[in-house]
Structures are given as C-alpha cells and as structure tokens.
Design a protein around this ligand. Structure first.
Ligand code: NAP
Length: 282
C-alpha cells in the first residue's frame, strides 16, 4: 500500500524541520522543501538519528517564486499522484515602525507569508480535490489576535493568511479537504533573532521612533527567552493531521493562550492602554 504523502515548506530550520521528522516518524512519506537545499544537513542528521531518513525527500522551493511552485506541483503529481497533508510553514518576521519600513520589506513579508501560501495551495488543490481528501495546515501566529506595534508587516501578512484560510475552508468543506490554522505564541526558533537583526539593520539611526522601538525589541527579546519548545508544535501538527474533523484554529503556547483570553475578556481600549504604557516605559 502507498504511504500517505505530506509536504512541508521552509523545512531547513525551526518548526518546518521538526515537523518533517515527526510526520516521517508517524509513517508519512515527507517532501521537505527549502529554498536553499545546501541547508538540508541538520534535517537529514536528525532524520538519520530518528531512523526515518528513507521517508524524507528534499526538494527545492522558494515560495516567492511562482514558476518553482508550478514545477513542484507538477513533479508531485507525476511522482506520487497524491498529497495528504500540506504544511504551509515557510515564513519571515519583518518588523520596524510602519512609517519607516521599506517597500521591499513590505513586499517580502506579503510574498513569503501570504502569496507563497496562496499560490502553493492553488497549485496542489486539484490533486486534493480529485482524491476528495487532504489537509492544508497554515502556520499563522498569535500576531493574528493582536497586531503588535513594531510588527506591522508580520501581523498584516498573518491577518491576510487568516482571512484566506477562513474563506478557503468553507469553499472546500464539501470536497473533503480541511483547512487548519496553527496560531503559536513565541517558540524557540531562529525567526525572532533574524527579525530583531533585520529591524536593527533597517531602522533609520535618526528615527523619531527610537524609544518605542527599543521597548518593542526588549519585550520581544524577553518573550523569546521564555518561549516554548518548537517540538510541541511539530507534534501538534502530526496530531492534527490524523484528526477526522480538525477545528479551524489551534492556538498554542503561553503567549497565544494569553492573547486569546485577553482579547476575549478585556475591552479593546484597555489592551491598547496596556501596550501604550509598555511603549512609553523608561
Ligand atoms: N517561532 C515562533 O515563535 C513562531 C510563532 C508564530 C508563528 N511562527 C511561524 O512559524 C513559521 C516557521 O517559522 P520558525 O519559527 O520555524 O522560524 P525559522 O526557523 O526561521 O523558519 C522559517 C523557515 O522559512 C523559510 N523561508 C523563509 N523565506 C522563504 C522562502 N521565500 N521560500 C521558502 N522558505 C522560506 C526559512 O528558510 P531559510 O533557512 O532559507 O531562511 C526557514 O526554513 C513561520 O511562518 C512563522 O511566522 C513562528
């Protein structure tokens, strides 16, 4: 019998890398995609250790490149004729104060975190619709519940992803395909350090937002120190992949649960006051 097939984007590190190995451990044949396949060593080392190397294939995919998306969907159809789980995981964290963020950074954030998901999903949907089954798992964020200052492009891209996923889920409800959103709080992956470095390198030195930006960075750095273990998210994805009727949203981690509770209980005005106080703090 043919194994179930899963595909994960952004598998060179973090959640993506761990999800590939966890899916392989649970029996899937996993196509691990990454934009630079020279970065496959850590994934393959872990896969060897966990004795699942033979269930993993590394394919090249930059999710911002439409031609690569089309080619990979064709290759998948020719090679396996099926896809049971797609994990749209690849992402970048672009921040800064909205007024000062460069056009290329706004576009990079949307191209990676939003359009990459939209176009890859479009490309593999004919396969899932024909087989009348499949799960599309989109990596959103706690940043969907509250758009934090200093992270406009990141939050905007995840808000857009949420709208797309909600709409798509309803469209596919009668075709056997489930659409799921994972909404993690802060977890210990490299995304935040990369994001902080990007902010520090691109914020103007004479910025009028210097003080609040410093606050944003120091809160961010504090949160990453208390962040959760990414393996929990990878295991959750495997668990959701096996569910017959998965929910639309899965909030995960302390930060995310707190955001769900606070946005549900507190008046919006109070939340804003809390954040504004944090930005003004000396
Ligand atoms: N960690 C958290 O606390 C957290 C919280 C909420 C949501 N998330 C989401 O989780 C997802 C994974 O992030 P992570 O935390 O695991 O961070 P990560 O370790 O930085 O992983 C991000 C992955 O995306 C890849 N990527 C970036 N641009 C790409 C592109 N154009 N094409 C293909 N791959 C690309 C990166 O590849 P390179 O190695 O080539 O850069 C890397 O493999 C992201 O969508 C992120 O927004 C993370």
């Amino acid at each position: 019998m043919q194994r179930s097939v899963a595909m994960v984007t952004g598998a060179s590190s973090g959640f993506g890398l761990l999800t590939v190995v966890e899916l392989a451990k649970s029996g899937y044949l996993v196509i691990a995609t990454m934009r630079d396949t020279r970065k496959q060593e850590p994934l393959l080392t872990l896969a060897e250790e966990q004795q699942v190397r033979e269930r993993i294939q590394v394919w090249s995919l930059d999710v911002t490149k439409r031609t690569q998306i089309i080619e990979i969907a064709e290759k998948l159809t020719e090679t396996y004729q099926r896809l049971d789980v797609l994990v749209n995981n690849a992402g970048v964290s672009i921040g800064g104060f909205n007024e000062e963020i460069r056009e290329e950074d706004w576009r990079l954030s949307m191209e990676t975190n939003f359009f990459g998901v939209v176009f890859l999903t479009q490309a593999i949907l004919p396969l899932m619709r024909q087989q009348q089954s499949g799960k599309i798992i989109n990596m959103s964020s706690v940043g969907e519940r509250i758009a934090f200052p200093g992270y406009g492009p990141y939050s905007s891209s995840k808000f857009a992803l949420e709208g797309f996923s909600e709409s798509l889920r309803l469209e596919l409800a009668n075709y056997g395909v489930d659409v799921i959103l994972i909404e993690p709080g802060a977890y210990q992956t490299d995304i935040w350090t990369k994001g902080f470095t990007h902010i520090e390198n691109t914020s103007p030195t004479d910025s009028p937002y210097q003080h609040p930006m410093k606050q944003v960075l120091s809160v961010g750095k504090l949160l990453t120190k208390q962040a959760g273990q990414p393996i929990d998210v990878a295991k959750k994805i495997v668990n959701i992949s096996a569910k017959r009727k998965p929910r639309l949203r899965y909030a995960m981690g302390r930060g995310s649960m707190l955001a769900v509770i606070l946005t549900g209980l507190l008046p919006w005005r109070w939340l804003e006051a809390l954040i504004r106080w944090q930005l003004r703090k000396k």
